[in-house]
Design a protein around this ligand. Sequence first.
Ligand SMILES: NC(=O)CCC(=O)C(=O)O
Length: 292
Amino acid sequence: MPLGSKLLNIALVQMRVTANKATNLQVARDKVLAAARQGADMVVLPECFNSPYGVQHFAKYAEAIKGTEPGESIKALAGMAREAQVYLVGGSIPEVDPTTSKHYNTCPVFNREGELLTTHRKVHLFDIDVPGKITFRESAVLSPGEHLSHFATEWGPIGLGICYDLRFPEMAMIAARRHGCVAMVYPAAFNTTTGPTFFELLQRARAVDNLFYVATCSPARPPAEELAQGSYPAWGHSTIISPIGEVVATCDAEDTIVHAQLDFDKLAEYRTSYPIYQQRRFDLYPDVAEGS
Ligand SMILES: NC(=O)CCC(=O)C(=O)O
């Protein structure tokens, strides 16, 4: 992709995640390389791509990212990004901070040289209770991140969130208006209870709120026999949404790679047609994007 190009080819790797970390890393590598062969400039992996998603698993699979020798998943991700020569939004992995022993749900991002550009620690932990359907309490094991995150690319800055973060419009608004982000990327793992009602709706809302692209990447849904044994029922439906809320590309719950082209000339056109960036009334309500 030549510098200054307005088109970004993105690929969402909706992969099956197993209990075997080495297998997950190998599958991720094969799929990142396959996506690059299809022309992807940026590849996104799912939330918790190296470990089953569940509070009972986080500590067992956790690895250090910073402040010491990086763990095997970080080394593997850096290698994949370098080999495929893509920006890699490395889904998320359970992270342990070696200085505090706290655990996080963390998204690492790499450039085409395999250098770690940034990490996003999930800011809003997934604590919900839908009686008779799903109870989940990430905060039983994880600590919340304390920072919002974005990274620079030749297409413009790109904001990061992880799954439940998608429900909080302020994060996306701050990315868009404080940092000038042209897209928001969310590794995610909604489920068969909340996914049908909320997943696409939230993505379309965040896109339209900010007139930018939104991309999400989920694990594929496990097979019925694993669900019967209590595996997390991932909703799948990895999706790319345009700045005016159209579904550009999506899928169901299967193991697949979703490709789409983000067109930033179109984004500029939409922002001219719908000049909401110039029309806000901060004399009537506070600006959440104010600050450093
Ligand atoms: N992994 C998550 O944060 C799940 C979020 C989710 O399913 C929701 O409804 O929100």
